[in-house]
Design a protein around this ligand. Structure first.
Ligand SMILES: CC1(C)S[C@@H]2[C@H](NC(=O)CCCC[C@H](NC(=O)C[NH3+])C(=O)[O-])C(=O)N2[C@H]1C(=O)[O-]
Length: 349
């Protein structure tokens, strides 16, 4: 079915609203069957007042989870991994329950507690305590296992970064390489993603980038420049750097079946309810919009950066957006409306 025409006026209005709500800058790149629209409002740097531009790279947070899922599904295609095998078959003794499978982990149904809940209960001090730290995957899993599980294996969806730290451990065990190497070999180089990097444990963003600003919990307190960080608390769950252009390319290629077999993509698109108008597959979100259109991709929230990368079912219309702000439900809710303007057009409710 053909999509409604994009509402570019509405899209620009959404970005302007996000900036009026406290984001220093907001931008979006819409690729509609090869016709590209790039919009940006506000600044990349509050000190220099340099204007934000779609050429600016940024931290993509949990959009990284989709990259990690792609690597693992390619390993399924290669016969090196079974989605319904226990994680402990590949990583003996890692998890306290042999019933937790790879599929449970990739669909947030493992019951593994999300260690970041404790880590960032106080947003600024929690961030400052870890921003330059380097964790091992096993240290992060250990933090999770110090808490009770949230559900029995295969129970209801319960989002947890721990799941995609386990995904990183699986990638490194099954390939003998770092996740950075596997992202580069399997996704970045084949798709020519020139702005996409995995620099962990480095703290610098390569080349041209936007700074990111964490909103403190205390209303009216000064924004915290969160740009320099290792993102070691997330790694394979959230540490990639990319651009709106590269995310458009990645999500479109994914939904057009360019990154794995049709069978593996079908597995990735087996949905479980994820609250409201959302569903979750394997490292992939489905959002059902007001006009009845469903879009596929992921959102990201890492200190200083809210990111959004979604495509239509046929991968022909793709939107990536960024606000260089975080810890602001107002900005996040507003930025989600970029999807409505892009895929529902003026018919968005
Ligand atoms: C489910 C989400 C939104 S949260 C999850 C992951 N990001 C995190 O788990 C980091 C949370 C702390 C971020 C911080 N918030 C606080 O410190 C709050 N006390 C801020 O906003 O800067 C990511 O990315 N995911 C998003 C996703 O998957 O869409």
């Amino acid at each position: 079915a053909t999509l409604p025409s994009p509402d570019l006026t509405g899209l620009r209005g959404v970005l302007r609203t996000a900036v009026s709500q406290g984001a220093p800058g907001a931008m979006a790149r819409l690729d509609d069957r090869g016709t590209v629209h790039q919009l940006a409002v506000g600044v990349a740097d509050r000190r220099t007042r340099r204007a934000l531009n779609n050429a600016d790279r940024f931290r993509i947070g949990s959009v990284t989870k989709t990259f990690s899922a792609v690597v693992l599904l390619q390993l399924v295609d290669a016969g090196k991994l079974s989605l319904d095998a226990p994680v402990n078959r590949y990583l003996p003794g890692l998890l306290p329950d042999n019933r937790i499978t790879v599929r449970h982990v990739l669909s947030h149904r493992s019951g593994l507690y999300d260690y970041s809940n404790d880590m960032f209960a106080r947003s600024v001090s929690g961030f400052e305590a870890v921003r330059t730290k380097v964790f091992t995957y096993r240290q992060l899993v250990k933090r999770s296992l110090s808490h009770a599980r949230t559900t029995a294996p295969g129970g209801a969806y319960s989002y947890s970064n721990t799941n995609f730290v386990v995904a990183g451990l699986l990638i490194e065990k099954l390939t003998g390489h770092t996740v950075g190497t596997e992202y580069r070999k399997r996704i970045i180089e084949p798709l020519k993603l020139r702005d996409t990097f995995y620099v962990h444990p480095g703290t610098a963003l390569p080349g041209r980038y936007t700074r990111g600003y964490l909103t403190p919990d205390t209303s009216g307190a000064a924004l915290v420049d969160a740009t320099r960080q290792t993102v070691s608390w997330a790694q394979s769950a959230g540490a990639l750097i990319s651009s709106t252009k590269d995310l458009d390319t990645f999500l479109s290629a994914l939904l057009r079946g360019k990154l794995m077999s049709a069978g593996a993509l079908k597995q990735m698109r087996r949905w479980v309810p994820a609250g409201g108008s959302q569903a979750y597959g394997l490292g992939l979100r489905r959002r059902d919009l007001s006009c009845g259109v469903s879009v596929y991709g992921h959102t990201g929230a890492v200190q200083g950066y809210y990111s959004y990368a979604f495509t239509s079912g046929d991968g022909r219309r793709t939107l990536s957006a960024l606000a260089n702000s975080s810890n602001s439900s107002k900005v996040h809710t507003t930025m989600l409306r970029t999807l409505e303007s892009s895929f529902c057009g003026t018919g968005a409710r």
